[in-house]
Ligand binder design. Structure first.
Ligand code: ZN
Length: 152
């Protein structure tokens, strides 16, 4: 999915990596004639690309980014106390990741992409920032959601 460039870093090979607002990094190399990104070589070029979008396949793959820290956790919900907002399509905001932890029973986790996961105590759900989703308890269940963001 499309993500916004918020900063840059260099990897061990001295190649430029764009930091995206999803907390993933993406190489933005300039290796002519194979990859042409002359803008990445100059500070002014990099600055001009801040706020531009790149397609992040790591988000599409629900890949957990490095360097996230937990900062909030919901109470435990049962099939009768699950907030209505979680049963309807919703999403976390930019930069906020989540883990759905099922402690008892089962929970269906559906993404707008069509992907469906059956969560239980051995399978956690990965909530990707701004990716629309909802959950449906399957009978008796107990679960909570942990929220993560980049360490400041
Ligand atoms: Zn991403």
């Amino acid at each position: 999915m499309k993500r916004v460039i918020v900063d840059y870093d260099k990897d061990e090979q001295d190649d430029w990596v764009a930091e995206l607002d999803c907390c993933h990094g993406q190489h933005v190399r300039h290796k002519p004639p194979f990859v042409n990104r002359p803008w990445v070589e100059e500070q002014s070029g990099r600055d001009a690309m801040l706020g531009q979008e790149l397609n992040c396949v790591k988000c599409d793959r629900l890949e957990w980014p490095q360097g996230l820290v937990a900062y909030k956790q919901t109470p435990d919900f049962t099939e009768t106390t699950t907030p209505k907002g979680l049963l309807k399509d919703h999403s976390t905001k930019a930069g906020v990741w989540g883990r759905i932890k099922v402690k008892q029973g089962q929970l269906d986790y559906r993404l707008i992409t069509g992907q469906t996961f059956e969560l239980d105590s051995s399978t956690q759900g990965v909530v990707v920032p701004t990716m629309i989703h909802h959950v449906s308890p399957r009978g008796s269940t107990l679960f909570c959601v942990e929220f993560y963001r980049k360490e400041k």
